[in-house]
Write a protein of this length. Structure first.
Length: 192
């Protein structure tokens, strides 16, 4: 009798393992790379209620994945440190770190959306010339938090490298800017 119970337990365990393995087999993890470029402007939005965030719109291509457009909102604040942009005067830049950020990518031609947000970001902006354009460089890391269509339930992580210029600043501090940028993203994406 006990042999029959052990046999049933083994068959049940194997069956459960196969079901779990089949469900896991559908999950697909890929490494990806993308390039992007676009522009950003201050938005009527704030993550912390102190300063304005910036709104960015860009286009790019992800391999694998295809062409996409993106819209992001992000806010950074000076952290009291100096920094250097490539080719710039040493320590003439102002370092900014992440307050909050969220991005939505829309892939062509399906319209599937992919959601992500940065969890850390550092940007160096060199205002030392006194007049625009002001060069900047940035690096960020973050997580993928879902989406729609084939990206529903997606997860993963990414790192971003970007550079660009701030083309204009307002006459009064705290009222925003307008910038142009380009960059690359690498990461890992898992879809169910």
């Amino acid at each position: 009798m006990w042999e029959r119970k052990i046999g049933l337990a083994v068959i049940t365990a194997v069956g459960l393992f196969l079901i779990a393995w089949q469900q896991d087999a559908h999950a697909k993890t890929v490494n990806f790379e993308s390039t992007f470029s676009g522009s950003g402007v201050s938005a009527f939005f704030s993550f912390d209620g102190v300063n304005l965030a910036g709104q960015s719109i860009a286009g790019g291509e992800q391999k694998p994945g295809g062409r996409f457009t993106l819209e992001a909102i992000g806010q950074d604040a000076p952290d009291g440190k100096t920094c250097t942009v490539p080719g710039g005067t040493p320590n003439a830049g102002t370092e900014f770190t992440l307050v909050g950020e969220a991005t939505v990518l829309r892939f062509e031609p399906t319209g599937d959306l992919l959601y992500n947000h940065d969890t850390s970001r550092t940007t160096c902006i060199d205002f030392s010339s006194g007049t625009p354009p002001f060069p900047f460089v940035g690096s960020a890391s973050g997580v993928i938090i879902g989406g729609t269509g084939k990206y529903a339930g997606a997860s993963g992580s990414h790192t971003v490298r970007s550079s660009g210029v701030i083309l204009s600043l307002p006459s009064e501090p705290g009222f925003g800017s307008f910038a142009a940028f380009s960059g690359t993203t690498t990461g890992t994406l898992t879809t169910p």
